[in-house]
Design a protein around this ligand. Structure first.
Ligand code: SF4
Ligand code: SF4
Length: 196
């Protein structure tokens, strides 16, 4: 995919950099645009902004350009970028933080089915304490309407034992559910606070 020429909108927000750094727990301001993050990224070919472009836009305070980008939703959180960054910027944590900020600000994910996927992923982890890949796939396929797509990949994976039919539950799934409930309550309280 050819990368976008950046068209910055009028309202740059200098406070955005600080907001992102606090949420992500990393110093985006240290990025010096070497591009190693993009070179390490396995999914940069489908992104509309390269990871280093996202870092630059955050430095510039281009809130809207960043929060409506597809890149923040396509990031697979693999952390390859964070491990290779010579300035020790945690790019993966920054992408995470940007998704949180986008949701909090009411941006719809720029990738159509990504919110559905994230929701099913989290429900899956909440219920079993860890990911059950087959359950995730089946629920996602049912809800997204593509039940029989990717069978050419899924069936060989099942044959080779890569997709377990039954979830492997951790001990203490009650604690996991309680943890999710606390996070949801905190999010609801944060939203309520913003509305006041
Ligand atoms: S690898 Fe680090 S310093 Fe280099 S562009 Fe990416 S975030 Fe910036
Ligand atoms: S964490 Fe995201 S941005 Fe970084 S290399 Fe992985 S997919 Fe790319």
């Amino acid at each position: 995919m050819s990368k976008a020429v950046l068209h910055l909108s009028e309202g740059m927000e200098p406070g955005f950099l600080r907001e992102v750094e606090v949420e992500a727990g990393t110093r985006v301001s240290l990025c010096y645009q070497c591009g190693k993050c993009a070179a390490s990224c396995p999914v940069s070919f489908v992104m509309d902004l390269e990871p280093y472009q996202v870092m630059r836009l955050v430095q510039l305070g281009a809130r809207d350009e960043v929060l409506r980008s597809r890149t923040i939703w396509l990031c697979a959180s693999c952390t390859a970028c964070s491990e290779r960054c010579p300035r020790e910027v945690d790019v993966a944590a920054t992408m995470d933080a940007l998704r949180v900020l986008a949701r909090r600000a009411g941006y719809r994910p720029a990738e159509g089915q990504i919110a559905l996927f994230h929701g099913i992923f989290l429900d899956n982890v909440r219920d079993a304490g860890r990911l059950h890949e087959l359950g995730l796939m089946v629920r996602y396929k049912l809800k997204s309407g593509g039940l029989f797509s990717d069978l050419d990949v899924g069936l060989p994976m099942m044959r080779h034992g890569k997709l377990k039919p039954v979830p492997h539950r951790i001990r203490g799934t009650d604690q996991m559910r309680a943890l999710f409930a606390r996070v949801r309550a905190r999010e609801a309280a944060a939203k309520g606070g913003e509305g006041r």
